[in-house]
Design a protein around this ligand. Structure first.
Ligand SMILES: CC(C)(COP(=O)(O)OP(=O)(O)OC[C@H]1O[C@@H](n2cnc3c(N)ncnc32)[C@H](O)[C@@H]1OP(=O)(O)O)[C@@H](O)C(=O)NCCC(=O)NCCS
Length: 152
């Protein structure tokens, strides 16, 4: 099992590649989505925060957990693209990434976070104080999502 390092924003080309590779592997590839579908124009917005938890060690960077915070308004942010490597799930890494993004949101003065959670992840976010607002979209025709929110 790879040991986690601390959470950082991706910096080098290799770290960015590891970041997007985990997004793709967890959130897109299982539904046969094309490479590139794991990216969004919001990734490049100056206010967007990217969180990357790398495995330690001398090998090429490997991502264990990732997440992104997009600023929607002066008071509201959206957490997106949360993903933990299957081999590292259930060890608190998703929680670490979410707490990091929430701390970043507070630092820039956001008062609320919203997100669209997969049905299978709703309980994870509930443990972190998020409440379901309403059902939202169904991704790829098969993955129901729920709009959730949390006041910071
Ligand atoms: C959902 C996900 C981000 C959670 O990350 P994780 O590192 O596995 O979760 P943690 O180990 O930090 O779990 C924190 C708590 O939530 C619970 N939990 C985690 N995933 C859960 C799930 N899918 N359903 C219910 N509870 C869950 C854990 O049991 C734990 O509870 P505890 O504090 O009482 O022990 C991760 O499993 C994942 O990437 N899943 C697939 C992709 C996905 O659904 N992403 C979210 C898209 S909206």
């Amino acid at each position: 099992m790879l040991a986690p390092a601390s959470i950082v924003p991706p910096r080098t080309p290799a770290e960015w590649a590891a970041y997007y590779a985990l997004r793709y592997a967890v959130l897109r590839q299982p539904w046969q989505q094309p490479v590139g579908s794991e990216r969004t124009p919001a990734d490049d917005e100056p206010d967007t925060v990217h969180a990357l938890l790398l495995a330690t060690g001398p090998a090429a960077p490997a991502a264990l957990a990732v997440g992104m915070l997009q600023r929607l308004t002066g008071r509201q942010g959206q957490v997106r693209f949360m993903a933990v490597a299957p081999a590292a799930a259930g060890r608190g890494l998703g929680s670490q990434v979410l707490k990091y993004l929430e701390a970043q949101a507070r630092t820039v003065g956001l008062a609320e976070i919203v997100l669209h959670a997969r049905e299978t992840a709703v309980a994870f976010y509930e443990r972190h104080g998020y409440a379901v607002v309403e059902p939202s979209h169904t991704l790829f025709g098969v993955l129901p999502h729920f709009l959730m929110r949390k006041a910071l």
